[in-house]
Design a binder for this molecule. Sequence first.
Ligand SMILES: N=CN[C@@H](CCC(=O)O)C(=O)O
Ligand SMILES: [Zn+2]
Length: 432
Amino acid sequence: MSSNPRLLVKNAQQVVLICNNGEKFLTKLGMQNLCVIENGSVVIGSDGLIEAVGPAEVLRAQYSRASFDHVIDATGMCVVPGLVDAHTHPVWEGDRVHEFAMKLAGASYMDVHRAGGGIHFTVERTRAAAPPELLASLRGRLVRMQRAGTTLVECKSGYGLELQTELKMLEAIEEARRTLPINISSTYCGAHAVPRGKSVAEATEDILRVQLPELKERMSAGALGVDNIDVFCERGVFDLGSTRAILQAGKDMGLNINFHGDELHPMNAAQLGAELGALAISHLEEVTDEGIAAMATAGTAAVLLPTTAYILRLPQPRARDMLEAGVIVALGSDFNPNAYCCSMPIVMHLACVNMKMSMPEALAAATINAAYALRRSDTHGSLEVNKHGDLLVLDTPRWEHLIYQLGGHQELIRYVVIKGNVVVDNNKTMQL
Ligand SMILES: N=CN[C@@H](CCC(=O)O)C(=O)O
Ligand SMILES: [Zn+2]
């Protein structure tokens, strides 16, 4: 194997580092003032980690005698870190295009859920699916996310709601993690809905006494790597008491708490998460001022999901209030059969237009802060020496075009690089 640096990306018009002092997250003004090098280069070593990043002429002198396995001439282009998608549900069978029509005609998310559709519809089909079928659709979705610039993605289970199917989903995620270049953070979400025929108490009991112990055993045996625990804390789904019990049990097993809260009704989920030391809470369309203050104090990230409010016509999450209070704001696509979106550039665009975030805030939220929400910001989320060499080369002289050009990412993203390997190369297509 060659010990040459794996990749040189040279002479980029802009290299957006995001930050350069080992920050684990950014808040307030830090999100406005991203670290950008004009006319810069990046070197990724044979171990896939960033070896050097800086002004092009400095790196040219420093590496004047080196040879590289691969060189990308980024003259006139921009380099940004690989995007981080902090919230997805990508393992399932059974799309819900018919429900999209119902929602367009006025049905609410909970109307559909109560009528036996929504998550329950997908649960039935996912329970019936064979593992290879589940893995194939998962792989297709992850490849699509990667083409849209995502290099680290959180993937949830949660369409089984009983042990065997939850394990089948987590195994599919594990197999994808082993065989695809995209980085994955795996989340057990057995409390995504109360299964048909069970009460909340019975479902909670099953998770605590059956599902989590089996998960723990497989994790200790090294058969399964799970990073996070999730619960859909919502009126008519899991109440505050059952949410607390499940999250605490997951935390006791060493999982990060990262859950759905305050989405459709104010539940005081943000306060509960802050009290339990949650790493992140998603949605928060209905969070209260007290919840925002508690999250800011606890360092709990808010994972905002602009596609949900957009598709369900919900009130927008109060991003500006959270940003001003110093909450660590991150973004996710919420890819699921309700919100079929694989593109973080579109998510950033929606965050800017509908949630009033600035473009630098949106990029920080989709890189370093999303990595923080997955406890990966020591290795991902910015272009700093010794972090993973995950980056995008954009065919534009200013990085903001990635957000500005709604749906234009297919044309803008020339290369997607993960650990110094080019995993998407649109250069050839562009020249046709
Ligand atoms: N709100 C709960 N879970 C998902 C939706 C899942 C589904 O509808 O299948 C979400 O984050 O939007
Ligand atoms: Zn979700």
